[in-house]
Design a protein around this ligand. Sequence first.
Ligand code: SF4
Length: 147
Amino acid sequence: MSSNLIKNTLGACRSAIAIFKDRRRSKAARRDFWALGMEECTGRLNALGMSPSEFDNAMHLPCAAQDLLTLAMRSVGIDPNSFHTLEFAYGRFMYRTCITCPHRRRCHSHLEAFDFEDRYREFCPNKDNFSELLRQRMQSQVGCKLS
Ligand code: SF4
């Protein structure tokens, strides 16, 4: 077997294993979520602006069990834990957009390669929200320096 063929075969096996692990994690996350009870789950989903069926469908997307929004925010220079960010993210349904995002695999790859910050404007449905959060952060920094 040529070394290229071996490399390609190994690569295919690795991605098959990664997809399998990803599915297993998503299944477990979905099971753990619904174990909280219908009332609790419906309340949480309402806060995100999602229906139970939207949530179940989203759990079949790549990297469904991972919080890509927090990682993406950190990557572009937004503090994901600040009160303002959390309030803004809920108000703009950023979590819902992220959980149902059709570009999760690409997003995850760029986050792993540490080049999300350079590439997200090409595909991220939350890009305008990131821009707005960054603009507001800049404004508040300028305001602090002037006062
Ligand atoms: S591309 Fe944007 S919206 Fe989609 S998963 Fe990544 S951060 Fe979320």
